[in-house]
Write a protein that binds this ligand. Structure first.
Ligand SMILES: [Zn+2]
Length: 340
């Protein structure tokens, strides 16, 4: 099959790779209908995370089940399925509590490389959610978004306790931040402040439900959020970047007693203890348990109540993955969909 391989910083190639096979009896093999490039793929692409030799890459996927192992009961060949970036059994105490991305049996999907024609998914019964029927072509980008960026933005909004009568601020205007705006809107937030200085992203944030746009960042961004909230700060702040500046901006923008939902993969973040101590904010986040939200998100997409697929502003054949990465790295694209 064809699949993307990251050789080193800035060097993604699509080449022939071994077809994946059933290894464990709980595995499924799926033929991907669509895959995409994640903001978190840019960390190794930019050399900020080390790249150890040629590695298959990609962890966002939807597709048709091709084959299942002997112990798979809930998933069958021919079904259209959505999964997420950690395989999980969905039965252990941690999964039962809704934290499938910390499942005691979790396995990362990234190692198998989802930017490819086929993918092996371990723990298929716990990991994959099938749609009741084969979706029409135009819904596939939205289901693909559910696989990571929508589920992650949703978790950020839930972790930040976005809801009715709340003012929500979102730090980060990548796909996750934009979909956190959509999630906050669906959860009934009264006011949603998107922090972005890029006009096309501001426009999409507004379409997803943002009521205010703040272009300042860092301390100026915090000051602007305070100005908009009677000097108090937002009730709920979603952090969707993962840097020291964005994390402090999120904490500083939150009112005492408020909640920060942090879903940007942290790189070099070190929190000052005293500032944290006096902030009186709740911090909750981490790798999103996307699996928790998939059934609900699949319903919302099937009923066309949400259209998260709008974050894909570039769609390329899989063979042009390198250009897909470049476009996102240079911020020419919000998110690249790849067609295997
Ligand atoms: Zn589990």
């Amino acid at each position: 099959m064809r699949g993307a391989v990251l050789y080193g910083p800035g060097d993604v190639r699509v080449e022939e790779r071994e077809d994946p096979e059933i290894i464990e009896p709980g595995d499924a093999i799926i033929r991907l209908s669509a895959t995409c490039v994640c903001g978190s793929d840019l960390w190794p692409y930019r050399g900020i995370e080390p790249v150890d030799g040629p590695s298959p890459i990609g962890h966002e996927y939807v597709g048709i089940v091709e084959e299942v192992g002997s112990e798979v009961r809930n998933i069958a060949p021919g079904q259209f399925v959505v999964g997420s970036f950690f395989a999980s059994d969905n039965t252990c105490p941690i999964c039962q509590a809704g934290y499938q991305s910390a499942c005691i049996h979790r396995e990362p999907i990234g190692a198998g490389g989802a930017q490819a024609e086929y993918l092996r998914v371990p723990l298929a019964d716990g990991t994959l959610v099938a749609t009741p029927d084969l979706p029409s072509h135009d819904l596939i980008p939205s289901f693909l978004a559910a696989s990571d960026v929508l589920g992650t933005g949703w978790f950020g909004a839930v972790a930040a306790e976005a809801g009715p009568a709340k003012t929500v601020a979102v730090v980060g205007d990548g796909a996750v931040g934009l979909l956190a705006v959509l999630a906050a809107s669906q959860l009934g937030a009264e006011r949603i402040i998107a922090m972005s200085r890029h006009e096309p992203r501001q426009k999409l944030a507004t379409e997803f439900g943002a009521t205010d746009i703040v272009t300042e960042r860092g301390d100026d961004g915090v000051a602007r959020i305070k100005e908009l909230t009677d000097g108090l700060g937002a009730h709920s702040v979603i952090e969707a970047v993962g840097t020291q500046e964005s994390m402090l901006q999120a904490i500083g923008s939150t009112r005492p007693g408020g909640h920060v939902g942090y879903v940007g993969v942290a790189h070099g973040v070190e929190l000052p203890g005293q500032e944290l101590f006096y902030s009186h904010v709740h911090l909750h986040g981490g790798p999103a348990p996307v699996r928790r939200f998939l059934p609900e998100l699949i319903d919302l997409i099937r009923n066309q109540q949400i259209d998260p697929g709008k974050v894909f502003d570039l769609s390329l054949p899989l063979d042009q993955a390198a250009e897909g990465y470049r476009a996102m790295d240079e911020r020419r694209a919000i998110k690249t969909l790849l067609r295997p």
